[in-house]
Design a protein around this ligand. Structure first.
Ligand SMILES: [Zn+2]
Length: 410
């Protein structure tokens, strides 16, 4: 085994073990009795159900990640990457098409193999806890739309990247960086108007008392109200949520219809205030800048390692090529990616506190607290996650911490 193989294998195993430990501690820290704060929204039965949901999801997640790890290791050490390469090369499709076919086949195989897991998660687990509203038809259509978008949007981008690293000797990484940046900005910009409506209906929030209340608040904080939409989240799940997307003229806040159903008007204004807080505190732009910088570093490192023979030897390849190089580098980059993603989660949790603070100071504390409590109940969230699990996996701080911080706001 050479150094590349050792780094990649070690990363895969360390990642698996860290998550296993986090799962273990997380299950151990499920509290026996309901935290006092929630006594007004939860009953004993719902609380037990939420604990059971965490347990079932954790076990299922462990099964999925074990399966994926074993699958990858078997494919790797049985020489699967070279085997597939010989087949695809045999078709003599030309450099770029060979690369697209090779990567496309691996992605297709991975999604076919993960299909049973996704079916089980939607139609067995989510169903059992009363969340699932997805019909088989919606499920199939989602798959097909996802596949179509992947080919239509991902295909040309991948072809461009392969071409840069095949035909341009120097500075290919700069071209790749520019292309991916332009692509990301384009997707962010068109997502609210072109892509997301393929999956859900977005209707502008209707005139009425709620809209009137929101208008008063939006005027106060100087936010254009045209961007508030109601999304038919109930098409797939009874869980509720709200989110912010896009930028410039295309920016939108989407409230799930399920959210509107289960919350009072004041709570909805508070949730909206939280989302506007993300916008006003420039969280979306900041994240974009960080991810663009990270992409640049990644492509620069890729350009260094793409021609290292050892990287191909580690996977028993007989020939070097840009397309397999991309895949192998992706695995070599995993340790950096892991560190970056933990950092991004830390940042994201900080943003959530800032958005809560914005809602508490520009609107009111109590409806924000009530909204968070109801959201936890409706989504059967784990109320007492273990700090190590939170550190690795949570994009939002645990709800009890958020409530404490909101209450302490001046
Ligand atoms: Zn948020």
């Amino acid at each position: 085994m050479n150094i590349f193989a050792i780094i990649i294998l070690a990363t895969l195993l360390i990642d698996f073990v860290l998550n296993l430990a986090a799962d273990f501690y997380n299950l151990k820290s499920l509290e026996k009795s309901l935290p006092e704060e929630f006594s007004d929204v939860y009953d004993e039965e719902t609380y037990e159900k939420s604990q059971e949901y965490t347990k079932v999801k954790t076990k299922f997640g462990l099964l999925t990640s074990s399966f994926n790890l074993v699958l990858l290791l078997v494919f790797w050490f049985a020489g699967g990457f070279n085997w597939l390469d010989e087949i695809v090369r045999g078709w003599e499709l030309g450099t770029i098409w060979t690369g697209l076919t090779y990567i496309g086949m691996l992605l297709l195989a991975k999604s076919i193999l993960s299909l049973p897991f996704s079916l089980y998660s939607t139609f067995v687990i989510e169903e059992r806890f009363g969340f699932n509203k997805t019909t088989p038809k919606t499920f199939v259509l989602d798959l097909l739309k996802g596949l179509g978008l992947g080919i239509l949007l991902g295909g040309p981008l991948l072809a461009g990247l392969l071409a840069f690293f095949t035909y341009i000797d120097q500075y290919a990484w700069l071209y790749a960086w520019g292309a991916v940046t332009a692509f990301t900005l384009f997707i962010q910009f068109v997502a609210p108007t072109w892509i997301m409506p393929l999956f859900n209906d977005f209707d502008p929030l209707e005139e009425g008392e709620l809209r009137q209340k929101i208008r008063e608040y939006a005027d106060k904080v100087n936010f254009a109200l045209e961007g508030v939409y109601v999304m038919d989240g109930s098409k797939r799940s009874s869980k509720s949520n709200a989110f912010f997307t896009g930028f410039g003229k295309n920016k939108r806040i989407a409230l799930y219809d399920t959210l509107i159903e289960n919350h009072t008007e004041d709570e909805l204004v508070a949730v909206l205030a939280h989302e506007i807080g993300h916008y006003k505190k420039k969280h979306i732009i900041k994240n974009m800048v960080i991810s663009i910088a990270q992409t640049g570093i990644m492509f620069f490192l890729l350009s260094i390692f793409l021609n290292s023979e050892g990287l191909y030897d580690a996977f028993y390849m007989e020939q070097m090529s840009v397309y397999v190089g991309l895949i192998f580098f992706g695995m070599l980059y995993a340790p950096i990616d892991m560190i970056v993603s933990i950092f991004m989660q830390v940042l994201s949790r900080k943003y959530e506190f800032e958005a809560d603070n914005f809602a508490a100071t520009t609107f009111r504390k109590e409806p924000m607290v009530e909204a968070l409590k109801k959201l936890s109940k409706d989504n059967l969230s784990n109320l007492t996650p273990h700090p190590f699990y939170v550190f690795l996996n949570y994009s939002h701080p645990p709800v009890l911490e958020r409530i404490k911080v909101i209450r302490a706001t001046d």
